[in-house]
Ligand binder design. Structure first.
Ligand code: PGA
Length: 253
């Protein structure tokens, strides 16, 4: 069954104590309101993971994850973090393919496919990000681009594995710009993504996957987005850094 999810991508924000205190505040505000089918996932920087995983232990529906992982199991890769290390810190999820990783670190479809494999091997739930740039949308290529991103990174997986991940549609032009996609435009893309998964794996698998929207989600626009039938929640950047805003977005779920 599809879960409803509000996830916070903190990116490169919050020093250690600030991060722990934000996670504590979010737990206090939302404890008792999450469940198996309605989850909160926090994606802090790596150094927070073990502490936040401990802090979120106990109540149902709270999870944390990393913003990235390396595509190899282990080895001489100075400065990198493996999926098994993330799991050993108590985290359960990992973002793969965020547009900032694609843009600033040159991550391509083949590399992301390998990261998805590593994450699943370690029992982590990947949140796979896809989305088109403004130029791609203006030239009418958004479905072609997003279709390619999901096919190349995900469609090598067997059916039982595709059901273990979430997808986040994050149009690049909406990330951090204050300019969110309209509920209709986002929903149209979510329906497209689900239909692509259904064409490859069948309707039942497509219906098992949560598809989140990301890109300038705020307390003021979350309800409109989350009301759309194929939008199962949000991946929140800027507005996840304030507990009150994050709570207000959760309230819209
Ligand atoms: P934003 O970021 O909410 O600040 O636009 C979303 C994301 O990059 O995941």
């Amino acid at each position: 069954m599809r879960k409803r999810i509000v996830a916070g991508n903190w990116k490169m924000h919050k020093k250690l104590e600030e991060g722990l205190s934000l996670a504590r505040d979010i737990r206090v505000r939302l404890e008792g309101r999450c469940s198996e089918g309605k989850e909160v996932i926090l994606f802090p920087p790596f150094i927070h993971l073990a502490g936040i995983a401990r802090l979120l232990e106990g109540p149902t529906g709270f999870h944390c994850g990393a913003q990235n992982c390396h595509h190899k199991t282990e080895g001489a890769y100075t400065g990198e973090i493996s999926a098994s290390m993330i799991a050993s810190a108590g985290a359960s999820h990992v973002i793969v393919g965020h547009s900032e990783r694609r843009k600033y670190f040159g991550e391509d479809d083949a590399l992301l496919a390998a990261k998805i494999d590593r994450a699943l091997e370690e029992g982590l739930t990947p949140v796979f990000c896809c989305g088109e740039t403004l130029e791609e949308r203006e030239s009418g290529r958004q479905f072609e681009i997003v279709g390619r991103q999901i096919r190349k990174a995900l469609f090598h997986l067997p059916e039982e594995k595709i059901r273990k991940l979430h997808i986040a549609y994050e149009p690049v032009w909406a990330i951090g710009t204050g300019k969110s996609a309209s509920p209709e435009a986002a929903s149209e893309m979510h329906a497209f993504i689900r239909s692509e998964v259904a064409a490859q794996y069948g309707r039942e698998s497509a219906e098992a996957i949560s598809i989140l929207y990301g890109g300038s989600v705020k307390p003021g626009n979350a309800a409109g987005l989350f009301a759309m039938p194929d939008i199962d929640g949000g991946l929140i950047g800027g507005a996840s850094l304030q507990a009150a805003d994050f709570e207000a977005i959760f309230n819209a779920l």
